[in-house]
Write a protein that binds this ligand. Structure first.
Ligand code: ZN
Length: 727
């Protein structure tokens, strides 16, 4: 899409020679064998039961063609069959007759040379299934069979018993045999909450010796055992379906609708090993969700998928709890979501529920986005991100420390640091707790641990070795104070790295507490992590703090505690203890690297309060421990999500314009064009620029090249810009 606001004259200029200083050239890991890396744009048509005989086949095939979609996910079976199935009890659409809409769509897609995977949905069954196999139905804690929560004439199935392991296996085999699809994609395949059916009862007992857990006591050992058993059972189901598919078509695979970040139910490391490709099903922004949330999905999926292709499933509708699944939302919302996903390495996948178009406004939005994507595909086939910073996410912390409140106890820390990095325009990745070995972390200079409370001894060793090798670490609050099972340690697992020990106490909620910004008494200078705060001697504290003791000598901590004092009545609002020597940040060198530890919830408080002072501390801490120039520096007003990538013969920098008043809510109404931005890009491996383009403005860029970097000015960014440098 061209941006009328960017119709300035960009001139191509010859590259000016520079010295060979730049980022190290890295060897990308190979993608999966097979078709998985080929599709760049996905189309999903999720048929509804009355579509057969009514929908416009030619329209949809033409739309797939116009959007240059090179892969499709088409509804086949499970809850409703859209093909002439022969499997008893496999419910056919009442409108199916002698038609085969799945087969017709598939044949049309094949003519367009598209990859096709078939969608199944096993979560709901009809009455005849209940009558024939009552044991296939999920059971609630009271022993009652569970009706479907939305359509009470349907029944909710048990995901862990014979309905999936036998019946859905037969359906999967039939679809692959009849149609030679490239894969099966299952929606809602992993169950709908706790099930107390006879199979779950006996299988769990056989596996664990325990009865199924009841009640919500997070300390109940049966609960953790059940979570582990359920996860194993689902991975068993995944392997079963995958192997049955491959027996029939060795090139096809099972692709579950699964995955996510810290609160994901399945272990992402195992998911990353099993999946040949994977798609984040986060269909739109909702409520107060930040506009960068789709990019976060991309970073989380990539952390364990590595170089394998990942996609972002977006719907075109309003995505709120009231589930207007047949709706169309405004163009800016759709574009923001897709563009931030693209900037973060997610290949776009649109999903449309129902083939009847009640509202056609989304069609052009998706077409424009996809056509631009197609034209610039060469610069979107990323080999690797060039971010030098990674933020660790931890499923074991969410499960075993976050327990019933993973959002408040863990995810809000992550979101706060995520927002701080976006505002700082620091390109970064996410890193999984299970992949902290050198092979996975040495592409980074810095790891951020936002209250990664639960860490094993081995993980602590890996982080310590990362710093000894020259890496940087920023950690907050209770990081490493618990083992991987969530049991509190006597001291931080990373105490030696932090230079601090646990003093046995937590303040869960401080009111009206402050921090003194200290100078070195000998020089009068402040530490670089206090940069930008020169005009004040104190700032607000966070809300929660861990009491710490310094290990050995730690002269002149940059931040010290001003304890809480009364905030009411107003006459009482004066500090009782104006100054202490209690450090509220530990800043040090360790091995060849650097460490900053904040023993308080700076990131979580930032997510809640958004104090600029806290943001400066978080940004400065990352820059100080990273201790090298950023791969890309962007200066100018506004909020931008900045990512940097290497392709085979080029590098790209994406700038997604998140500048939006958001009216203190969340919805995006329109894009507000940014003022000019100056972009300085370090070229990898001392390479030189052959050509520089702005892919959204569709212009050559005038660049100044020196010392292994190129610098250019972008006059304005409406929604998205991509600087592409051919090497
Ligand atoms: Zn069950």
């Amino acid at each position: 899409m061209t941006n009328p606001l960017n119709r300035r004259d960009f001139l191509r200029t010859a590259a000016i020679g520079g010295s060979a200083v730049g980022l190290p050239a890295q060897t990308p890991t190979p993608a999966s064998e097979g078709w998985f890396d080929r599709p760049m744009r996905w189309a999903q048509l999720t048929l509804v039961e009355d579509d057969p005989g009514k929908y416009d086949l030619a329209f949809w095939l033409d739309y797939f063609k116009r959007t240059h979609s090179d892969a499709a996910c088409l509804s086949a079976g499970g809850c409703v069959a859209y093909y002439p199935t022969k499997i008893p009890l496999h419910y056919r659409s009442q409108w199916l007759g002698d038609k085969d809409p799945f087969g017709d769509l598939l044949a049309g897609c094949r003519k367009l040379n598209m990859v096709v995977i078939a969608r199944t949905d096993p979560h709901a069954a009809h009455q005849d299934v209940y009558d024939a196999h009552p044991d296939w139905i999920a059971v609630d804690a009271s022993g009652a069979k569970r009706r479907h929560p939305v359509m009470p004439e349907l029944w909710t199935t048990c995901a862990l018993g014979p309905y999936n392991f036998q019946f859905m296996t037969e359906i999967t085999k039939e679809i692959v045999s009849m149609y030679k699809v490239d894969g099966i994609f299952s929606n809602r395949w992993s169950g709908s909450g706790m099930c107390y059916c006879e199979h779950c009862r006996s299988n769990f007992k056989a596996a664990s010796g325990m009865d199924l857990p009841r009640g919500s006591n997070p300390a109940d050992p049966a609960r953790r055992a059940h979570a582990e058993w359920r996860e194993q059972r689902l991975f068993e189901l995944w392997r079963l379906w995958d192997s049955e598919i491959r027996k029939i078509n060795p090139a096809a695979r099972y692709i579950p609708n699964s995955g996510g970040g810290a609160t994901s139910q399945l272990d992402m490391k195992t998911v990353g090993e099993l999946a040949p490709t994977l798609f984040a099903d986060r269909q739109a922004r909702r409520g107060l969700m930040a506009p960068w949330a789709n990019g976060k999905n991309g970073k989380e999926y990539r952390s364990t998928m590595g170089r394998k292709a990942i996609g972002g499933i977006f719907s075109v509708g309003v995505e709120e709890p009231y589930r207007w699944k047949d709706s169309v939302q405004n163009a800016a919302e759709i574009r923001m979501w897709v563009l931030d996903g693209t900037a973060n390495g997610l290949r776009p996948w649109f999903t449309k529920f129902g083939a009847t178009l009640h509202d056609r406004r989304w069609l052009k939005v998706v077409e424009d986005t996809y056509v631009w994507h197609y034209r610039n595909e060469r610069y979107l086939r990323n080999e690797e991100p060039l971010a030098r910073v990674a933020m660790v996410y931890s499923q074991q912390t969410a499960r075993n420390y976050g327990a019933e409140r993973p959002a408040a106890r863990l995810e809000d820390h992550t979101l706060g640091y995520y927002q701080a990095l976006i505002e700082a325009r620091i390109p970064f990745e996410m890193a999984h707790e299970g992949l902290l070995d050198a092979a996975h972390t040495d592409q980074f200079k810095t790891l951020i641990l936002p209250n990664i409370a639960a860490l094993s001894n081995k993980q602590c060793d890996q982080i310590r070795e990362f710093v000894q090798r020259g890496g940087g670490v920023v950690a907050t609050y209770e990081t490493s104070l618990y083992n991987e099972k969530g049991a509190r340690r006597d001291n931080f697992g990373l105490s030696d790295l932090f230079g601090a020990s646990f003093a046995g106490q937590l303040d869960a909620r401080m009111q009206n507490s402050y921090l003194t910004l200290e100078s070195d008494p000998a020089t009068g200078k402040r530490h670089p992590i206090l940069a930008g705060l020169d005009d004040t001697g104190r700032i607000i504290n966070g809300v929660s703090r861990v009491h710490t003791r310094k290990n050995g000598s730690y002269p002149n901590p940059p931040l010290t505690l001003i304890p809480s004092y009364p905030d009411l009545p107003m006459e009482a609002v004066f500090p009782r203890v104006p100054k202490t020597d209690i450090p509220e940040v530990y800043v040090r060198e360790f091995g060849k690297g650097r460490v900053v530890y904040f023993p308080w919830d700076i990131d979580r408080t930032f997510w809640e309060v958004m104090s600029t002072d806290h943001w400066k501390l978080m940004k400065n801490a990352v820059d100080w421990v990273t201790n090298e120039p950023r791969p890309v520096t962007v200066t100018g007003p506004g909020i931008l999500d900045v990512t940097m990538w290497r392709q085979k013969e080029s590098v790209t920098v994406h700038l997604v314009n998140l500048t939006n008043p958001m009216m203190m809510k969340g919805p995006i109404r329109e894009f507000i064009p940014t003022p000019p931005q100056t972009v300085t890009i370090r070229l990898p491996g001392g390479r030189k620029a052959k050509k520089a383009q702005l892919l959204v403005s569709d212009r050559m860029a005038r660049v100044h090249e020196a010392n292994g970097s190129v610098r250019l000015t972008i006059p304005s960014i409406l929604d998205h810009e991509v600087v592409a440098i051919d090497l």
